[in-house]
Design a protein around this ligand. Structure first.
Ligand SMILES: Nc1ncnc2c1ncn2[C@@H]1O[C@H](COP(=O)(O)OP(=O)(O)OP(=O)(O)O)[C@@H](O)[C@H]1O
Ligand SMILES: [Mg+2]
Length: 240
């Protein structure tokens, strides 16, 4: 029966683990990402959120566990191979070319895909995050929040299947956060979004699913309503 066939998750992690000298940064995490959704990853400082997405992006290698993405085992693939398979990510620490114009930062990301029509695509990517008016400015002179938006433009210019964002709204003004929310709604469901975010208004507005990490382990996964009413989550993070 067709209705019984459930589509496989876009990404599945099983037993994913990263230890640093006895620190259990990420400890046997099972995690499924449904295609087309916005999935938020929340939890206290030091919970292992950045480490977890760094394992998914290939920036660091796991101590144990597996990662399946889009039907393939990517656990041992280098980061650039994962980018080629459609995983784009922005780090908590900005990774732009500060001494190059905003335009060049995005154009370089697009050029790496071997794309044609560079100028039009670059300007379109910048317009999506509201930075088209700053194309000629050196990226390092942008405000911190705008540097994060530039990174998102670089990520989106690759037309990824999965976009991973680590605290993208940090340093943004309220009006810019509204524009960010609109952007994320526009890019889904074509792009699946995994979002590390401390701003609970953003999380509750955008997320279809929320996973809460605490001391490297999954405390809970569920809809925003389920997470909000979860006593363990309130105790560990929401301060209920
Ligand atoms: N390269 C590293 N070497 C040693 N310990 C590390 C390293 N990276 C992270 N850790 C430790 O692993 C734990 C998880 O850190 P991580 O940065 O993943 O947390 P986080 O949830 O992203 O926190 P935040 O909300 O502050 O960004 C912390 O105890 C951190 O000190
Ligand atoms: Mg972090």
């Amino acid at each position: 029966m067709a209705a019984m066939i459930l589509s496989a998750p876009l990404l599945s992690a099983r037993g994913l683990t990263k230890h640093y000298d006895g620190i259990k940064a990420v400890e046997t995490v099972d995690f499924d990402l449904t295609a087309g959704q916005v999935h938020a990853l929340i939890g206290p400082n030091g919970a292992g959120k950045t480490t977890f997405v760094s394992l998914l992006s290939g920036r660091i290698t796991p101590s144990a566990g597996t990662i399946q993405f889009d039907g393939a085992d990517i656990t041992r693939l280098p980061a650039h191979s994962r980018v080629a398979r459609g995983i784009a990510y922005t780090f908590q620490i900005t990774s732009i070319y500060a001494n190059l114009p905003v335009f060049d930062n995005v154009a370089l990301a697009i050029q790496r895909q071997g794309s044609t029509n560079l100028r039009a695509k670059t300007m379109a990517a910048l317009a999506r995050v509201g930075l088209d008016g700053r194309a000629d400015q050196n990226a390092g002179t942008l405000a911190y929040g705008h540097q994060r938006l530039l990174e998102i433009a670089m990520g989106l210019s690759m037309a990824p299947k999965l976009l991973i964002l680590d605290e993208p709204t940090q340093g943004l003004a309220n009006a810019e956060i509204d524009a960010f929310n609109t952007l994320i709604r526009e890019v889904t469901p074509q792009t699946t979004v995994l979002l590390i975010e401390h701003n609970m208004d953003v999380v509750m507005d955008l997320a279809d699913q929320i996973t809460v990490l605490s001391f490297g382990e999954t405390l809970a996964t569920g809809t925003p309503a389920e997470i909000r009413s979860n006593p363990a989550v309130q105790a560990a993070y929401l301060g209920g």
